[in-house]
Design a protein around this ligand. Structure first.
Ligand SMILES: Cc1cc2nc3c(=O)[nH]c(=O)nc-3n(C[C@H](O)[C@H](O)[C@H](O)COP(=O)(O)OP(=O)(O)OC[C@H]3O[C@@H](n4cnc5c(N)ncnc54)[C@H](O)[C@@H]3O)c2cc1C
Length: 206
């Protein structure tokens, strides 16, 4: 940390989730009776919620079963950014799986980004969604070399990006690669997914 010439003293030693503290999600009584459903999904994180939403949209009767608190697992502790840029991955993906599969991975991520943006609009989700460039930055010479490799991978995959040595962030940047097309959610409220007026217990089914 000292190399980065930053003062991290202000950070709390214990991690707290801003989302879990600031967002009110509905809670439900334990399911203590038999329930009919076409599909039962175990786990009310982003994976289960998304699957339940899509299946319910197709007309299936879905039961989403959560052991604890909806979005209270990993989902409630993310940075809530949505990007196709997950660290230095594309150079590695090309090396391990080839250009075609790496391109498919990028394409799938881009489609997911687009879909989430549409969903936010469709349900008018008050999540301060903004579309911004994604940036991968290096603060050491070793990492800066990885940026060069990653930039070459972007070129091969046709990912629009630029490499620069300056960034409007208080970081001692050596080099950074920007992916021009990305989005992020700075807070989230998934309650529109759960508000089902037809369910007797207000939202076990989606
Ligand atoms: C620190 C951190 C930051 C991250 N940042 C990002 C990010 O910025 N962007 C991004 O896209 N991804 C990010 N990720 C990854 C992303 O958060 C996870 O991939 C995603 O949240 C996983 O969602 P999930 O629904 O699969 O799992 P979870 O959110 O963990 O949900 C699983 C749920 O299943 C429930 N469950 C488990 N067993 C049972 C059972 N037997 N019966 C009933 N319920 C059960 C759990 O209680 C839990 O609620 C981050 C991850 C971490 C750790």
């Amino acid at each position: 940390m000292k190399n980065h010439q930053l003062d991290y003293d202000f950070l709390s030693e214990k991690t707290n989730s801003y989302w879990l503290k600031s967002v009110h999600l509905p809670s439900f009584d334990p399911l203590n009776r038999s329930a009919d459903a076409d599909v039962a999904i175990v786990g009310g994180g982003i994976t289960g919620i998304t699957a339940a939403y899509l299946l319910a949209k197709e007309g299936l009767k879905v039961a989403l079963i959560e052991a604890d608190r909806l979005a209270g697992g990993t989902t409630g502790h993310t940075t809530a950014k949505i990007t196709s840029q997950h660290g230095f991955i594309y150079d590695e993906l090309i090396a391990h799986f080839g250009l075609e599969k790496a391109a498919l991975h990028y394409q799938a991520n881009q489609e997911a980004l687009k879909w989430i943006g549409q969903l936010v609009k469709e349900h008018d989700i008050p999540c301060e969604y903004q579309e911004l460039p994604a940036v991968l930055y290096a603060v050491t010479e070793k990492e800066a070399k990885k940026i060069d490799k990653e930039a070459k991978a972007y070129d091969k995959l046709g990912i629009q990006g630029t490499v620069t040595t300056s960034l409007e962030l208080p970081l001692a940047i050596k080099k950074c690669a920007c992916d021009a097309a990305s989005g992020r959610v700075s807070s989230f409220d998934v309650s529109p997914f759960f508000n089902c007026g037809n369910c007797e217990n207000g939202g076990v089914h989606l």
